[in-house]
Design a protein around this ligand. Structure first.
Ligand code: HEC
Length: 126
């Protein structure tokens, strides 16, 4: 009986932690986004940044922020019709040049896979 209880307790605490862990992930992503703010705005009206604005990134076509002068590599991706999702963004953050050879963004220095996933999730959520 007590073994059964231990299993039940483990299952319930697992369920209990699912929600808060996910919410924490988005909050962590927002915090980590601070490393991107030097170059990226979340407000589409804000000009004067060295990178394109990142508003509404979910399913947004690569290289399509109006008025931003992209590298040939990102323009080629746009012409292929590639779009951003969580997995593509997480991979881009790991090694931008591997995904779009000759592009102008250097790796933002998020060494942990979890951190890259959290930033990607945050950006896809807004
Ligand atoms: C030092 C400046 C700089 C930093 C820091 C930086 N980026 Fe970038 N980013 C750029 C530039 C410049 C481009 C355009 C690349 C090109 O045209 O090849 C870009 C492009 C992008 C794109 C493609 C946007 C589109 O319209 O297709 C995404 C997504 C992106 N960055 C996300 C991030 C995230 C997330 C971070 C932080 C973890 C980050 N960047 C940090 C400069 C930066």
């Amino acid at each position: 009986v007590s073994a059964g209880r231990a299993v039940l307790a483990a299952v319930f605490s697992g369920l209990f932690w699912c929600g808060p862990a996910w919410a924490g992930d988005t909050a962590l992503g927002e915090k980590l986004f601070d490393t991107c703010r030097a170059c990226h705005a979340l407000d589409p009206q804000q000009g004067g940044m060295s990178g394109p604005h990142l508003a509404g990134l979910k399913n947004r076509t690569v290289g399509s922020a109006e008025g931003f002068d992209y590298s040939p590599a990102l323009r080629a991706a746009r012409d292929q019709g590639l779009a951003w999702d969580e997995a593509r963004l997480a991979a881009y953050l790991a090694d931008p040049d591997a995904m779009f050879r000759g592009g102008w963004m250097s790796a933002p220095g998020l060494d942990r896979e979890d951190d890259r996933a959290a930033v990607a999730r945050f950006l896809m959520s807004r």
